[in-house]
Design a protein around this ligand. Structure first.
Ligand code: ADP
Ligand code: ZN
Length: 345
């Protein structure tokens, strides 16, 4: 069963297709939407170990589309200007023109890198995103953020560039390492806490997610991104667990994965502002192989937070759960948040 979520952005609308067995259909979907002569498929060395690349290539060839691949070394370190430049060089070497396309087959790193190359090559060409991680499927496939890291920090060079279509073959999640799967589950649970108790209830006991659940996550994220186009600030709700989560990632020197850190951030904020949900939230995280106990002190986390340039003055805006399925934004002095956390966590 396939699901389609339409993303009606004013500048460029696109569809997100979600379901099992979609790799084999990618060629037809891409040919129908973009009619490219050539495509460059970008993927990383882990994804390339599976037969996913072959499936997509075969399906493109069947449509008469010429296809080259670019494979980079898997890992965040490859999300660099160096790899970006190599991709652009490959585009020119393969004579990709404005009517052609890039395909990102992989997780967030592949999507961000390829999207940024697509945003800038010849002032922008089309790209299709094919997320192979749960995290990329429920998070990176909506929002249009692309970019690379600079030596000074993550995502410091980038652009907003929407994919022309997103094709999520949920079968590819079967080969994800358990910790990568858990990473994606943290964002799914976050969507449940924010907007949808039914979704949360369907995920809280663990187990693999269905295409319908992935589609529901994409719909929830879509609602935030579209509301934000109208400037309501709803998108900021997506930061639930992320303020403290980013601090935890930073203090751990990025040894704690993003999803695990976001889960911990949600637990800490709930302990202060919504203790009634803490037990249920922790049980859900545990059932999904995510940690619930943060080993760092509030002092350590705030040292990292204070370097966060996004913070306006002495105040901080955080996302606070009211119950499972409903949250709100709250602004308070940093010192107040710190005091509350020290008292209650
Ligand atoms: P994300 O930000 O989505 O977690 P990454 O690009 O960092 O994405 O991917 C996480 C890790 O999972 C990387 O090591 C990547 O090579 C690997 N990976 C991505 N998709 C798959 C898959 N379907 N099967 C196995 N490993 C995968
Ligand atoms: Zn996140």
């Amino acid at each position: 069963m396939h699901h389609t979520v339409h993303i009606p952005l004013s500048e460029r609308a696109y569809d997100v297709r979600i379901g099992p067995g979609l790799l084999e259909k990618a060629g037809a979907l891409i040919a129908e939407k973009l009619r490219p002569t050539r495509v460059l498929l970008v993927t990383d060395s882990n994804v390339a170990k599976h037969d996913y690349v072959d499936s997509v290539m075969q399906s493109l060839k069947a449509q008469g589309v010429a296809c080259h691949t670019f494979i980079f070394q898997a890992g965040e370190a490859s999300k660099s200007l160096y790899t970006y430049e190599k991709i652009l060089d490959t585009c020119t070497g393969f004579s990709l023109y404005s009517g052609d396309a890039l395909i990102a087959l992989g997780g967030g790193v592949t999507g961000d890198l390829t999207g940024f190359a697509a945003a800038t090559y010849r002032r922008g060409i089309a790209y299709a995103q094919m997320p192979t991680t749960l995290l990329a499927a429920v998070d990176a496939s909506v929002g249009g953020k692309t970019g690379v890291n600079l030596p000074a920090g993550k995502n410091l060079a980038g652009a907003f560039w929407q994919p022309s279509l997103v094709i999520t073959d949920t079968d590819t999640f079967n080969t994800l390492p358990p910790e990568e799967y858990a990473n994606g589950m943290a964002e799914c649970l976050k969507h449940g806490v924010l907007f949808d108790e039914g979704l949360f209830a369907s995920l809280e006991h663990g187990g693999p997610v269905s295409a319908a659940q992935v589609a529901r996550n994409v719909e929830l994220k879509r609602a935030c991104v579209l509301a934000d186009e109208r400037d309501t600030g709803r998108r900021r709700l997506l930061n639930l667990g992320h303020t403290l989560g980013h601090a935890i990632e930073k203090v751990s020197d990025y040894t704690i994965p993003h999803g695990a850190a976001v889960g911990l951030g949600m637990v800490m904020i709930s302990r202060v502002f919504c203790p009634a949900i803490v037990d249920r939230l922790c049980a859900a995280l545990e059932s999904n192989r995510l940690p619930t106990h943060c080993e760092y002190s509030i002092q350590e986390l705030f040292s990292a937070l204070e370097q966060d340039k996004k913070r306006a003055g002495n105040n901080i805006t955080i996302v606070v759960p009211l119950k499972i399925g409903e949250c709100e934004l709250r602004t308070m002095p940093m010192s107040e948040l710190k005091r509350l956390l020290e008292e209650k966590v």
